[in-house]
Design a protein around this ligand. Structure first.
Ligand SMILES: [Zn+2]
Length: 67
């Protein structure tokens, strides 16, 4: 599968940029290990440190994510 230049340089699915919540003080959303993750800014000891769901495509550029 060939990637477009935009997909090849997409900072969201290459793990360089937060997708939603850059300025949010409580939580943000990013792609990590081919999962869409919601992570809290502050992780309390023993608390919830985020949840993820496997996704097949980058929601920003549409690139197929591979393991
Ligand atoms: Zn992408």
């Amino acid at each position: 599968m060939t990637e477009t230049k935009a997909q090849h340089e997409c900072p969201y699915c290459h793990g360089k940029k937060i997708i939603v919540g850059d300025d949010d003080i409580e939580a943000y959303v990013l792609i990590k290990i081919n999962c869409l993750f919601v992570e809290p800014r502050i992780v309390k000891p023993g608390g919830n440190n985020g949840t993820g769901r496997p996704i097949n495509y980058c929601p920003v550029c549409g690139r197929k994510l591979e393991a």
